[in-house]
Design a protein around this ligand. Structure first.
Ligand code: SAH
Length: 371
């Protein structure tokens, strides 16, 4: 039976305040409720001890803190946490919490499934089912934060899970703006990176919002013809317009754009592509993030050799470009890019998401995020 109560993360402190006034309570209690959730990690109303008992009871009757349930929680030997969250409609999304020496990064999903159809990616195999709501976006972040020891905070947030972020621009920005505000977790917008397949119109719309979020564009190919093959949406939008919109984002936000480049063995990992990529990025104050492919069962693509990654990186560096190579975290639990939700669909099936699965071990920080 689905819980009929709405999540408080779907509304705002102002809306909750108005609801309280209607019921004869004072509106400042709304601020207290959200402080309990964002600052003190409350996941229910019982613990909100400075609220009148009657108000707590009414809140519990009409609202819930979260709307999703944890269907599965896995911990990889390197300390990476993966949460499989089940939405009210039974659909599932995943988010991943990665720990490094001085960073705690959460990677969230923006949609159930994905409609972009990048040929190597697991998320788009079955198309897009729906956008996540503002509350579901915020919930992934808050639930991940709640896994951290009490003295730790989230330092970075990347929208690099399932879905095309900018296809859900309004809900995503509403959620991120809240998390980044002082009424939320107070994270700096500069600690947030939104990854997009490259939808020029939406990139311009985001630029016009004048936020300080980092933008990462999934380029994956230096030429239009190769990009048309790997990223089918490119045939519609055109590489030139993607680059133009990225330039506009940089001009308006002052934030250096990252170009992600998934390296596929024998397809886009050669010296010719490296040189063409250097040509493309040369005039731009951009950053390149090389991502060695994480093979997806059933798809024909392979991880590049360490040698070809090194050579590719060398070409870009020799041209004076800023470049990093992404390390994979949480591979043992399929937390790697493009792997989210897939195994659970194959294996979990009807288990209905009972308790937590713990696969823990020693921590070994590996993840090297975009910047
Ligand atoms: N729709 C957004 C977010 C996707 S996930 C986008 O396209 O950017 C973030 C990154 O992971 C993208 O660059 C995506 O192309 C990449 N990715 C997808 N599947 C992958 C895989 N199996 N191995 C490595 N990177 C992958």
């Amino acid at each position: 039976m689905s819980d009929p109560r709405r999540s408080l993360l779907e509304i705002s402190p102002q809306e909750l305040g108005a609801w309280m006034v209607e019921r004869g309570h004072r509106p400042f209690h709304a601020g207290q409720v959200y402080r309990w959730i964002f600052e003190r990690r409350a996941e229910g109303f019982d613990v909100m001890s400075d609220l009148p008992k009657r108000l707590r009871d009414e809140l519990a009757e009409h609202w819930s803190v979260f709307s999703m349930t944890i269907s599965k929680h896995q911990v990889a030997p390197d300390g990476t946490d993966k949460l499989l969250l089940e939405c009210r409609d039974g659909r599932r999304v995943e988010c991943v919490l990665m720990a490094e020496v001085d960073r705690r990064t959460v990677c969230i999903s923006s949609q159930v499934g994905c409609g972009m159809g990048c040929v190597f990616c697991a998320s788009g195999l079955k198309g897009v089912e729906r956008n996540l709501t503002k509350g579901e976006i915020v919930e992934q972040i808050v639930r991940s934060r709640n896994l951290l020891p009490l003295d730790e905070r989230l330092t970075n947030l990347v929208v690099m899970g399932m879905g095309e972020s900018l296809a859900n621009l309004d809900n995503l920005i509403a959620g991120l703006d809240w998390v980044c505000s002082n009424e939320g977790l107070g994270m700096g917008q500069r600690r947030v990176t939104i990854s997009t397949v490259g939808l020029p119109e939406k990139m311009r719309k985001l630029a016009a919002l004048d936020r300080s979020y980092n933008l990462a564009v999934s380029l994956h190919a230096p030429t239009a013809s190769l990009r048309d093959e790997l990223v089918p949406i490119n045939a519609k939008v055109g590489l030139d317009d993607v680059m133009d919109a990225a330039d506009e984002y940089f001009r308006r936000s002052g934030r250096r754009v990252t170009f992600e480049y998934v390296m596929l063995r024998g397809i886009n990992d050669g010296l010719a592509e490296a040189r063409a990529l250097a040509d493309l990025l040369d005039a731009r104050k951009a950053h390149a993030n090389l991502i060695p492919y994480n093979p997806v069962p059933g798809l024909p693509y392979e991880r590049p050799t360490a040698e070809s990654v090194r050579r590719f990186e060398g070409v870009l560096k020799a041209r004076g470009l800023s470049v990093s190579v992404r390390k994979t975290k949480g591979r043992e639990i399929d937390a790697a890019c493009g792997q989210l939700r897939r195994r659970s669909e194959v294996a979990v099936g009807g288990d209905g998401g009972s308790g937590a699965v713990q696969v823990s071990g020693a921590a070994s920080p590996l993840f090297d995020e975009a910047r």
